[in-house]
Each structure stands twice: as C-alpha cells, then as structure tokens.
Design a protein around this ligand. Structure first.
Ligand SMILES: [Zn+2]
Length: 645
C-alpha cells in the first residue's frame, strides 16, 4: 500500500476500454469454488472451502491464532467511523493507525478486510463466532448506507472521490471502496448473507452514477483518476457481474482498465520499472477474472506474461517481489536491492491469488510450486503468536521481522494477512470433472460429498518428506488423482499405492496422474526427498540463498531489538525509524562455488536444523518461517556459485 508521498503515477492514456459485455453463464459461486462450476470439465477449479478442513499441524495453529486476533476486535469499534460518517451516534473508541478517524483509508480494514477474513474463517473452519461478528458488522453497515441514502458507503466523506477527478491529493479512496465491496461480496458468497450483496450493489450503483456514467466524466478524467491506487475495483466488479449476471458491472469493470499499463504486457514487454507493486498486481487479478468471465484471451495473455515475468525476473527467493513497495530496477537486475523494505506482504497475497487462477487454466505445476514457495516462506512466519502481521519482509542481513500493533496499525498487510491466514484450505485440492488435484502437502481432509469421496491427507510435512492420502469412499469409482511432484524433489521421489511402488513416476515439476478404480481404504503414499541447493539473486551470481526442499533457510544471527530503533512491534507507520545499517551479507566458506553440501549440512531433517560454514564462523540455519524475533540473514556472499535448481 502506497502513501501520498510515495504514490506512483502511471502513464496516462485516453484510449477507450474494450467493450466486452458478454457474461458467460458461470454459476456465481464459482469464484470461490463454492458450487459445481459450469465448465468444471475443462478448467481446474478449487473445491469449496466448506469441503476442506485443516488437520492439526502448523497451518491449523496459524489459522487459530489469526481467528483469536479477529475475535479480539469488536463490532462497535469496527463500525465507529462508518457511523460517524453516516450521522449515526457512536461512543465506541475508534481503532488507530490506518483506521484512525483522521486517516483517509479508514474503513479499509474495519468494513473490508475484516469482513473478508471472517467470511473465509467461517467457510474454511466453520467459525460461527466470527460469522456472527461479520453479520453484526454487515447489519451496521446496512444502517449506515440506508441513512446516507445514495448507495454510498464508506467511513470517509464522498468528497474525497472528487479529488481524484480534480487532480487534488487523495490517498486511495477507490482502494478502500474496493476492500469494502469485496468484504461484502465475500460475506454473501461464503456465508450466505443476502443483505451484504444488496449493500455491495448499492455501492456499485453509486459509483456508477457518479463516476462511470457516460457523460459524467471524460475518458481523460477517468484515466487521471486511475493514476491513484484503486485496489481490485476491476476484479470486484467482474465478480459482482458474475454473481448478479448484470452486464453493467462488467461495463464498469472495463472502465477501471488502463491501456497504458496493460498494452505493454499484452505485447510481452516488461515496463514495470518504477511502478508500485501492490497497486498493480490486483489490476492483473482483475484481468485474469475478466478472461474467466468473458473468455477474451488477451486478458489471459496479459496475466500469464505478467506472472511469468515477475516470478522469473523480479522475485526474491522467498517468492515475493519489490523494494520500497516498487519495482526499482530493470528486469533480472536485483543486485543491490536487499534492504529493510523488501517484499511487502500484500504483494505475496496478491501474487498467490494470481498463481492459483493461472494454474486453473493450464494445470502447470510451476504455479503451484511458486504458490508453495510463497506460502512456506513469506506467508507462514509473517504472523506472530498474538496474530500480529508483518508489512515489509527485510532481506538484508542483520534485520528482523516487525509486526503491527493489535489496535494502532491496521495496515494493508494487516488486512491481507488476516485473510491469508483464514484461507490456507483454499488451494490444497482442486478438481476437474471427477478428477482430483492434490496441490499442497498440508494435513487436511477433503470431503467431496457429491461424489461420496473423502481424502485424509496425513503428514507432518515439511518435518517429514512425505505425505499419505487415505481414500474413503461409499462406492468404488474410477477417477484420476493428480499429485504434484514438486520441482524441488529429487529423482528418488516415489509413489506407492497400497504399499506397492508405482513403476512409472512423473518428473519433478509436474503432476503424476493416477487413474484407477479407487476403493474404500486405498492409500497413496508419496515420498518427496528434499536436498540442499542454492539459488542466486537475479543479476548477481555472487549472492545466493540456500534452500531445502521448498524452504528457504535463514541464518540465526541472534536476538532482535525490543525497543527503538526499529522495534519488533510497530504502531501506525510500517516504515521503521532510525534503523541501523544492514550487516554485510555473511560470507560462505571457501568452496561455496561447488555443491551446496560442501558448506551447508543437514543436522536434523526431522527437526529442520542445519549448519553452514561461513568465512571463519559457523552459522545455525533454520527454515525462514521459524525465524521469530531473531535477526537473520537469507542471502550469502558466495564464491560465484552456479544455481542448482
Ligand atoms: Zn500491504
């Protein structure tokens, strides 16, 4: 999330948006895989969240920690600024930080991310307490919207939108508006709250009449307006169109498109340098959804090229991108970009949303490999034991994680983190027709009631380098179960069906398709051996990070600070003040240009303990997600190693 001083301005373009109005006959809930989609036979789609439950393990622990934090927030405080804006008395104590009554983003979390997060928690874990709190907030928002009377709903005055057209300063009013619309749509789709859909449509109609109506503002004014961060307005409008089957929302979504940004991507040109990362990834998610709803393949080409480019030319080893929230360099040139302000967490959240959409189009394991990389290395571990979330992800040596305060921050990353940690179940299993895709190795249960099929995934991955799928079925049935064989595993990977090894095996980085008549009690045992390897920083062959399987290993450099400068818990501003200079990258011992195992050793695979021989020093290594409040180093100065992955 950018702020006023750092806001990025896009190149303006007055070219008209393309005018597709055909809405394919998708069932509305397909967005979340909540019901059988109409084209499930050709596309790979997620199972409904309600069909998947996490089993005890690291992901379930994190889900529960997040739920406790969400439950600590009260509806009256969440609604305070909305009520004041609508002229409804409120004596509640408002939250602070980006929810302070003076902040132009107020409402983005309290009426937006919060609703999405509790809706996800309700669907993914049956959390009725959070569902009721979500219903309470929706009811409060309905009262506010009714009192205002125009369809408008926000915690700040509508006049802020005028600034966008007039070219006056405004932080990001449509960004906030999007979060509220998305939260309401999530409450409708995931929990069945019908009022939420009505409120969301009211918001869309208000914006349409004031901003999107032909003759209200010119195309030039609109493009000027779109220079200010607007979140996923195009995405939520496409989703609203799919839910309601109303073309006008699709027309409105097109009006949030910027040819100046999309055209180079359609031409496979990386002109991302200088752009604000988290302003732009959501625009691509909107394009991806536009492809899914209209079938216009140009949007697909844009999304696929963008994702491939960012992942290969702009990502750090943890599976995320950006410095100071921006793409600062030419593609493939990340040398000199390691600092405190790397890899804003929201960007990982949005890249992962895009990865799971693109995976659904082609079933390519690389997107699920990328998803896993981000999941284990820059989502897991970014929440502390009190449910507080990170904003930046420092990648220079000697820094530490910093988290938001419980009631005085409410950053964008607080919001996307609250959603992420409520939806770990959403990408483990996908399906196409009667086929099942096992994408992620997370202890969980898939209950496919319509097919009478249940799969228990039993694993302590990544502490164990294997997983077991136990089939329970009311009747034997022929189907294909596709298991991801990750790109990081070795040629020794093996699959056994009922203890008998399969003779055929898929290559790492692809899916193994197992077709047979599945009977009750069948088991699939998958061993996925991990090995040490290193990956260089793009554009800098003398800087590398060490991985073990999907996990980035970090060196523990000792306790981080608890006070200033740059304390662990930050207040409203995520940009820590008076930070000390980063440490030099630790030097790998001589010989690091040979194999990784020449200087990194596995001390205990089950305990995930490692050591590395530095230049005159020995380091303890652990998976990055296990780093809590310590200082750490992810990258090493090496002897010009060759990448082994
Ligand atoms: Zn953020």
């Amino acid at each position: 999330m950018t702020d006023r001083s750092r806001r990025n301005f896009l190149k303006s373009s007055t070219a008209a948006a393309a005018g597709f109005t055909l809405i394919r006959s998708l069932t509305p809930m397909e967005i979340f895989g909540a019901v059988t989609p109409s084209d499930a036979s050709t596309r790979i789609v997620p199972f409904p969240l309600a069909s998947v439950r996490l089993a005890p393990g690291i992901f379930k622990e994190q889900e529960e920690t997040n739920a406790r934090y969400l439950d600590s927030l009260t509806a009256d405080r969440l609604l305070h600024s909305f009520r004041i804006m609508a002229g409804i008395p409120s004596s509640a104590t408002p939250y602070k930080g980006w929810e302070d009554p003076s902040c132009e983003l107020r409402g983005h979390f309290t009426g937006g991310h919060f609703l999405s997060a509790v809706a996800l928690a309700s669907a993914a874990s049956g959390n009725d307490v959070l569902k009721k709190k979500g219903d309470e907030v929706v009811a409060g928002l309905a009262q506010c919207q009714k009192k205002i009377g125009t369809g408008y709903l926000s915690a700040f005055p509508a006049g802020l939108f005028d600034h966008l057209v007039e070219g006056k300063p405004a932080w990001a009013p449509f960004y906030t508006y999007h979060k509220i619309m998305a939260g309401l749509l999530d409450m409708h789709l995931l929990t069945g709250n019908t009022d939420a859909l009505e409120i969301c449509e009211g918001m869309a109609k208000w914006a349409g009449s004031d901003f999107w109506g032909i003759g209200v503002i010119s195309a030039e004014q609109r493009q000027r307006m779109l220079r200010t961060e607007y979140g996923g307005m195009n995405e939520v409008l496409v989703n609203l169109a799919a839910v309601t089957k109303k073309d006008r929302y699709l027309d409105a979504a097109h009006l949030f498109e910027q040819p100046g940004f999309l055209d180079p991507l359609a031409g496979r040109r990386d002109e991302l340098q200088g752009l604000h990362a988290n302003t732009h990834v959501p625009k691509i998610i909107g394009a991806a959804r536009m492809y899914e709803v209209t079938g216009d393949r140009r949007y697909r080409q844009i999304a696929e090229y963008f994702l491939e480019e960012v992942l290969t030319a702009r990502n750090y080893v943890i599976g995320n991108t950006s410095l100071d929230e921006h793409w600062r360099t030419p593609p493939g040139q990340l040398k000199g970009t390691l600092g405190w302000t790397n890899a804003e967490c929201c960007v990982a959240y949005n890249l992962m949303k895009l990865e799971r959409l693109v995976f659904g189009w082609n079933g390519d394991a690389r997107w699920m490999d990328a998803y896993e990389r981000a999941l284990f290395n820059c989502r897991l571990g970014t929440q502390n034991a009190n449910g507080l979330k990170q904003y930046f992800f420092p990648l220079a040596a000697g820094y530490w994680r910093a988290y938001n305060s419980p009631e005085e921050s409410f950053w964008c990353c607080t919001g996307t983190g609250a959603e992420e940690f409520a939806k770990f179940a959403d990408t483990i299993y996908f399906r196409r027709g009667s086929d099942v895709y096992v994408n992620q190795f997370i202890a969980s249960t898939l209950d496919w009631k319509e097919e009478g099929l249940r799969i228990d995934q039993v694993t302590q991955f990544p502490q164990e380098q294997s997983t077991t799928l136990k089939i329970k079925t009311s009747r034997p049935s022929v189907r294909t179960i596709h298991v991801r064989i990750p790109g990081w595993t070795t040629g020794a990977a093996q699959v056994k069906i009922n203890s008998l090894p399969l003779e055929a095996m898929a290559d790492p980085g692809s899916y193994l398709a197992i077709r047979k008549t599945w009977a009750d009690g069948d088991t699939i045992s998958i061993s996925l051996p991990m090995e040490l390897r290193q990956e260089v920083l793009p554009g800098d062959d003398s800087t590398a990070a060490v991985l073990y399987g999907p996990m980035v290993l970090a060196a523990d450099l000792g306790a981080g600070p608890t006070g200033d400068p740059g304390k662990i818990i930050l207040g409203g501003d995520p940009w820590a003040k008076n930070l000390p200079a980063a440490s030099p990258l630790p030097k790998a011992a001589a010989g690091s240009d040979a194999e990784t195992k020449q200087w990194v050793q596995v001390e205990s695979a089950p305990e995930l303990r490692f050591t590395a021989a530095g230049d005159g020093a020995k380091y303890q290594l652990m998976p990055m997600y296990r780093i809590r409040d310590q200082r750490y180093a992810v990258y090493w100065q090496t002897g010009n190693p060759k990448p082994q992955s």
